[in-house]
Design a protein around this ligand. Structure first.
Ligand code: GLN
Length: 306
């Protein structure tokens, strides 16, 4: 498929969204960008077009990486004791859903409360801090040794992250989180500030699509059951309160981040990474989702249709 054509068809849609600026450092990004990378598992190759090698902040897509890491280290059943698998129908940083539900744990790992909870489960290991473990695992699963921390974005998140602080203290106050709140938040803000490309995200999607095995060296990185569980969650909660909307028109397990990234895993077929900064009201890349819809139709990867 001609990815350059998909970029040309969708670049103008960058005008329809707004770059995230509630984290001030993210507001400085050039909005008129669209990059796409597709890892084809059957051909074992990766193709890309547009701004596919531009680095940007991974933001909420880090929630997938950290969930995979913690489930691999502790076992899936030990993570699902601490975080649910339900969609919320609320924005990603809502505190209200936990109050309304009188929840005993955050409703899923892809909203901020759930992600902070999952991050808080990581203990220092072999002399490595939780963040050092996360970035090492991110480099491995994205097949991208250049992933690094953007300290300007991290400091910006840390300075303005009071909603995330409220969520974490709510968890602690209600006995849902047992780790140190400040340290867990620092790790969470750092994981969101890792710099990736659409190509790194296509590689991550390819590992998930390939049931936990890295297709570039055929080595297993996460158990099949963890990859399967994660793809299910991406389908129901990966695009926040718009997840249902896009499951019905795109039908490919996908996770978004407010840096403009999208990462998709088309089971047994493709890993897809997309970058385009302007977002819809829910925090998902507008031109990116439009491009993904075109790719899903062209490659016939809607899991509900094929
Ligand atoms: N760092 C962002 C936050 O905590 C991540 C949110 C996102 O990408 N949806 O608000």
């Amino acid at each position: 498929m001609d990815l350059k054509q998909v970029v040309d068809n969708n670049l103008a849609k960058t005008n329809l969204g707004k770059v995230a600026n509630y984290i001030p450092a993210l507001g400085k990004v050039d909005p008129k960008q669209l990059g796409i990378a597709v890892y084809d598992l059957n051909k074992d190759n990766i193709t890309n077009a547009g701004n596919a090698d531009v680095r940007f902040a991974i933001e909420s897509i880090s929630k997938v990486i950290v969930f995979l890491y913690v489930a691999k280290q502790l076992g899936l059943s030990n993570v699902t004791k601490h975080v649910g698998a339900r969609q919320t129908g609320f924005p990603f940083n809502s505190i209200l859903n936990m109050e309304i539900e009188k929840a005993h744990y955050p409703l899923n790992p892809f909203i901020n409360a759930g992600a902070i909870e999952v991050t808080s489960l990581i203990q220092p290991y072999n002399g490595k801090s939780p963040f050092d473990q996360i970035i090492q695992f991110a480099r491995e699963i994205c097949h991208d040794p250049q992933i690094s921390l953007n300290s300007e974005i991290f400091e910006s998140e840390d300075r303005t992250g009071d909603t995330d602080r409220s969520l974490a203290y709510y968890l602690k106050a209600n006995n849902m989180m047992h780790a140190d709140v400040t340290a867990s938040l620092t790790t969470y803000f750092k994981q969101c500030s890792m710099m990736v490309t659409a190509i790194s995200l296509a590689n991550l999607g390819a590992v998930l699509a390939n049931n936990g095995i890295k297709p570039w060296d055929n080595k297993r990185l996460v158990p099949t059951e963890v990859a399967t569980y994660t793809k299910s969650l991406m389908t129901t909660t990966g695009l926040y309160n718009e997840s249902g909307t896009y499951s019905s028109i795109i039908g490919v397990p996908t996770k978004s981040g407010v840096g403009g990234g999208l990462m998709s895993a088309a089971p047994n077929r493709f890993g897809i990474g997309i970058f385009s900064p302007p977002l819809d009201n829910a925090g998902n890349s507008v031109a990116g989702l439009s491009a993904l819809e075109e790719i899903s139709n062209e490659l016939k990867i809607d899991i509900f249709q094929y």
